[in-house]
Design a binder for this molecule. Structure first.
Ligand code: NAP
Length: 484
């Protein structure tokens, strides 16, 4: 694969929370990979800002360790690492006070792009926005990157939007959803809108239903405190899964441009029907030999928060009326896998009789593992013995199709950060989109909170509660197997 890397403009990137978990595992190793690939110009600088006392040298040592842990050995080169580390510095800044702000302001250059990545807890987003402005280091060539969660409900998301808008234009605000930075997710748009093959079939006349699965094998681990206040609905559905659903369901935008794409996604969210209780199954994982159950993990024996959710959603517009979207996500499931399956209808009449093997076409977009796209088609089983039909995959795994270079596909975070520097908001959520998604989620959550709904226990290592299977069985359909 020939890689065409175009260097971005010189920039100063400040990572608030530059010593935190996300920066260590994703942001800094990702930036190093962009550096190795030649995308970072010589004048680029990265400044980590956090509350603790630290030195440039000690911070660089932690980044060196992070590179060795999270970057593939082929990309680890001592000279490159040393050159990358030279661009890094550390400033002690308190997001909630005045400490360190002047030092940071003195460091910022005027003639380059300024990007401020808010990789701190969501309670600090407003504080950072206010102080950037107060200390005169915002300005028109600056951007802010805001991590998830963006609000806890519609009201808090609105408040945050208002606070950010007091200091920044919408064109300067990059609300990150790393699912949108995944190669396959963008490929979904390429497949839909770059080919004549699928788009004419992409509607309720030809698609029986759509399944979106995001399954994790891990439990809530050390994030129990946060997770128990959020649950799968707030942590996964309102943001990541909603974004996937939008990209599948949206009308073709007039161009692959930020507002054109985001306008179309917004229309999808607005076309979502309210979800009735019988269309939802919530669950909590039980303990097994590999680990404690959800209630022990969050240290709250009374918790009513779900670690699993399955839902049947309807998009009420001309294209999708009558084609349900089934989504499910959960922790401690059988396998770590994320996929979107577009299940097409059967041919209107089978000229081959009632053959068992005659299954519907399914287009599977795999996000992980083995990112790729797979189309199941029916063909004749080769050889004599009459017309026996079999199902075969037309597989387009990136690894096979693109050769060894496919391993080099940038991680979602590094791609998105480069988009921030380039000023391209296409793969970031607009404020009204986030509010619309909360506007849809809030009444659903309120419904089960008011009704005292308790999640159903499910076995760790399973595919979720039995009731989730029933959600589809009732409609004469079945989930695809949760397997890696
Ligand atoms: P974390 O490990 O707890 O790190 C928090 C960072 O914020 C530390 O560098 C900390 O520095 C800094 N900080 C805390 N209070 C501060 C203050 N008053 N002023 C300046 N800096 C302060 O958190 P994280 O896991 O990296 O998460 C960061 C953000 O990313 C959160 O919004 C989270 O929801 C989001 N996120 C994280 C992940 C992930 O995988 N970790 C995934 C998706 C989204 P000190 O230690 O010096 O205080």
């Amino acid at each position: 694969m020939v890689s065409r890397v175009i260097p971005v403009e010189p920039f100063d990137l400040v990572i608030f929370g530059g010593t935190g978990d996300l920066a260590r595992r994703k942001i800094l190793p990702g930036l190093y990979r962009r550096f190795v690939d030649g995308q970072m110009p010589a004048e680029a600088r990265i400044i980590a800002a956090a509350r603790s006392e630290n030195t440039d040298a000690a911070f660089r040592d932690t980044v060196r360790a992070a590179i060795s842990e999270f970057v593939t050995p082929e990309k680890q080169d001592a000279t490159c690492i040393a050159a990358f580390l030279e661009r890094l510095s550390y400033v002690r800044v308190d997001a909630t006070g005045s400490d360190g702000w002047q030092t940071l302001a003195d460091k910022m250059r005027k003639d380059v792009i300024r990007a401020y990545y808010f990789s701190v807890g969501p309670g600090l987003f407003g504080d950072l926005a206010r102080r950037l402005h107060r200390h005169g280091i915002a300005g028109t060539r600056c951007r802010i990157v805001v991590e998830k969660p963006f609000g806890h409900d519609l009201e808090s998301a609105r408040d945050l939007n208002v606070t950010l808008a007091e200091h920044f234009d919408e064109q300067q605000i990059y609300r990150i959803d790393h699912y949108l930075g995944k190669e396959t997710v963008q490929n979904l748009m390429a497949v839909r809108f770059g080919n004549m093959l699928f788009e004419p079939l992409w509607n309720a006349r030809n698609v029986d239903h759509i399944q979106i699965t995001v399954a994790e094998t891990v439990g809530v681990g050390g994030r129990g405190g946060y997770y128990d206040k959020a649950g799968a609905m707030r942590d996964m559905v309102q943001n990541h899964m909603m974004q996937l659903l939008c990209l599948i369901a949206m009308e073709p935008p007039y161009a692959f441009e930020p507002d054109a794409v985001r306008d179309e996604k917004l229309k999808v969210i607005r076309a979502l029907d309210h979800v009735e209780p019988e269309q939802i199954v919530r669950g909590q994982y039980l303990s097994d030999e590999d680990g404690p159950g959800y209630l022990e993990d969050v240290e709250n024996p009374d918790s009513r928060t779900e670690s699993f959710i399955a839902m049947k959603l309807n998009v009420s517009n001309w294209r999708w009326k009558g084609t349900p979207f089934y989504i499910r996500t959960g922790k401690r499931l059988r396998a770590r896998t994320s996929e979107i399956a577009i299940v097409f209808k059967d041919p209107p009449h089978s000229i081959f009789g009632d053959q068992e093997s005659h299954k519907s076409n399914v287009l599977v977009i795999r996000l992980q593992p083995n990112e790729g796209i797979n189309l199941k088609v029916t063909i004749k089983e080769p050889g004599p013995g009459g017309m026996r039909l079999i199902e075969v995959p037309l597989d387009m795994s990136f690894k096979e199709a693109l050769g060894p270079g496919a391993d080099d596909i940038p991680d979602a975070y590094e791609r998105l950060i480069m988009d921030v520097i380039r000023g391209n908001q296409t793969l970031f959520m607009r404020g009204d989109e986030v509010e619309a998604a909360w506007g849809w989620a809030d009444p659903v959550i309120a419904g089960w909170e008011e009704g005292g709904d308790r999640p159903i226990p499910y076995d760790a290592g399973s595919s979720g509660p039995e009731d989730a299977l029933m959600l589809m069985h009732r409609d004469g359909r079945r989930w695809r197997e949760v397997k890696a």
